[in-house]
Design a protein around this ligand. Structure first.
Ligand SMILES: [Zn+2]
Length: 495
């Protein structure tokens, strides 16, 4: 399957010279962050003892009846509004019938022809837009575990957990766009609190549809690759499918051509393999769920949800660059997690110094959180609050603290939560402003360094650095560098 050279958004076959383009669509399942399951009161917990988070409803016992979890609907609506979707005032649930050992009812409750929302989409940094066709609410299945010798074990804890499945139009044209879309979708769902979207816990799962055709020709048969659980698997499986399908189409034997099917990604072998030939929709015998009334989303719920929506990451990034003068890189780092962005905005507002706040957070705070010098693992858990950081910024700006002393204070604040002013005194870090003492250190530094002084006198001000060092050392970092500079220059001119 070699002999394919990527040129922009085309793949050129070295054997035939044909320019191939890819058509890609994504279906993403995201687990809603509700306390309980979609239709019963069971609380799901990742990693819990198997079959301990179950009840008659989610295991499909005769006579049990589902009741829609209002919180799930609210979170689903939140996701829809954040993605610019049109929320339907009325939608309904349907049964999708199939037999599998992880599906205790022998059907899944989902939304078929009337999903709760449609439209919307995400603008990628590449400038291309990915349109959403729809999002619907459905329940998850349990988990079948096949790797225990002869037996298949079943854990129903996950059965009935609320999901939203978002389906894009086939607007994507390369693996990187698919990765970028998934990252943006994940970021939005996490930001608005609809889903934690932790891929390692299976809270975000992706299926991709891929087809290829020669540029300018009609679309061809699409192939689905299911259950991709990491960004790299999504991109790698698309890359692989493009190469596989081009080779298959270019085969002289029509029997080799791609067929409509579902494939699985084998990450170990770095390839896809056939899972099953595609069932038609009729196979599922969809019909309206008789045990649930239609879903209605009132204008009041819509408005209340809209009012609670935070400003989304892309909008924040643009605003930080436009209004606060931050670089695209810094804006990206600050908005990657909502708690960090909220912390930054509060500190920037309180201190009136957004760039300083940005530097402290990106250089010190995030670094400390990723290491083990503080107990907290997120900004929210830090004992240091935005007003503490703004106080520190004021102390540096006012000349009380040198930059290096301030770094010691910020570390101590992240560990203890004590106020900056208190720590400055406790750690004995107050900057020395007393001219007499500063001048004594400067004279000591000049003694025996006549050559450097001469250079400075001749206009090489950079040479001053070689004198600043000894002064800062003598003062244990507490000398005010601006004042030291002035004094040194004065002494050199006088000398
Ligand atoms: Zn239950």
């Amino acid at each position: 399957m070699s002999g394919l050279v990527r040129e922009g958004l085309e793949w050129v076959s070295q054997a035939t010279g044909t320019r191939w383009v890819a058509v890609i669509g994504l279906e993403v399942h995201a687990q809603l962050s509700t306390r309980t399951k979609l239709f019963c009161g069971c609380a799901y917990e990742f990693g819990a003892e198997p079959n301990t988070r179950v009840c008659p409803v989610c295991t499909g016992q005769p006579g049990s009846l589902p009741v829609l979890n209002a919180e799930a609907l609210e979170l689903a609506v939140r996701a829809a509004l954040a993605l610019g979707c049109e929320v339907a005032p009325r939608s309904k649930f349907d049964r999708k019938n199939y037999f599998y050992c992880d599906l205790p009812k022998n059907y899944q409750i989902t939304q078929y022809d009337r999903p709760y929302c449609s439209g919307g989409g995400i603008d990628l940094d590449s400038g291309r837009r990915v349109r959403l066709e729809r999002i619907h609410v459905e329940e998850d299945a349990g988990k079948a575990i096949h790797d225990r010798g002869d037996a298949t074990l079943v854990d129903f804890n996950r059965a009935g957990v609320p999901l939203i499945e978002s389906v894009t139009h086939a607007d994507l044209c390369c693996p990187e766009d698919a990765g970028a879309y998934l990252a943006a979708l994940r970021e939005i769902l996490v930001y608005v609190g609809a889903s934690s979207a932790d891929m390692e816990k299976g809270e975000l799962r992706c299926d991709v549809n891929v087809s290829v055709h020669p540029a300018g020709e009609p679309w061809r048969t699409k192939v689905e690759v299911k259950n991709l659980n990491s960004f790299s698997n999504v991109e790698a499986s698309i890359e692989y499918e493009i190469a596989r399908q081009v080779a298959a189409w270019e085969s002289s034997d029509p029997a080799d051509h791609p067929v409509q099917e579902t494939r699985l990604w084998d990450a170990g072998a770095n390839r896809t393999r056939t899972m099953r030939k595609k069932e038609g929709e009729a196979d599922y015998r969809y019909f309206p769920e008789p045990d649930l009334p239609p879903v209605s989303v009132t204008p009041a719920l819509l408005e209340a949800t809209r009012a609670l929506l935070p400003e989304l990451p892309a909008a924040r990034r643009a605003r930080y660059q436009r209004e606060l003068g931050l670089s695209a890189y810094d804006a990206g780092v600050l908005t990657a997690a909502r708690d960090v962005a909220d912390f930054f905005e509060a500190a920037a507002r309180l201190s009136g110094a957004p760039k300083d706040a940005c530097n402290w957070i990106t250089n010190e705070v995030l670094r400390a959180l990723s290491g083990d010098e503080v107990a907290a693992t997120s900004v929210d858990e830090l004992p240091m609050k935005p007003h503490d950081l703004s106080e520190l910024i004021a102390l540096v700006r006012g000349g009380t603290l040198s930059a290096s002393a301030a770094r010691q204070v910020v570390r101590a604040m992240m560990q203890s939560g004590k106020a900056a002013g208190e720590l400055v005194v406790e750690l004995g870090l107050e900057q020395v402003q007393d001219d007499g003492e500063l001048e004594r250190w400067c004279r000591e530094a000049l003694a025996g360094r006549e050559a450097i002084a001469a250079q400075v006198r001749e206009g090489h001000e950079k040479a001053l650095g070689a004198l600043m060092g000894p002064v800062m050392q003598a003062s244990k970092g507490k000398a005010n560098p601006q004042k030291v500079r002035e004094i040194l220059l004065r002494l050199i001119q006088e000398g």
